[in-house]
Write a protein that binds this ligand. Sequence first.
Ligand SMILES: [Zn+2]
Length: 130
Amino acid sequence: MKELELIVFGVWAVLVIGSICFFFGSKNAKLKQRVLPWFIAGVGTLFTFVVLFFSGQPDILLIVVPAVILIGYLNIRMTKFCESCGATVINQAWFTKFRYCSHCAAEFCATASGQPDNAAIDGENNHCMR
Ligand SMILES: [Zn+2]
């Protein structure tokens, strides 16, 4: 059991360090945008199985699964990748939209020339569709 816990801890540490290196080291916004939902789904699934395995209680999934889905959803919603400078920007203010990159101040949903990309902005709730 002790050995297994060490393996799980090791895999988790590699995932955390690897994801920090990738999401904050890479400047490829498009690639990061594509990888993020899969990464969050994968980590959420892994976390759920780890909790189930170590607790041995299927009932715990009634709490863990909705929590993992909610946290994953919030993570995807609060993380943006700047197409201008490639930075990973995490919205610290929950439930408010963020429109500008905190690294280079470029507007999200802007075209290459810096103008707002109206084709990508949902007029109803002013939400960027990209
Ligand atoms: Zn930027």
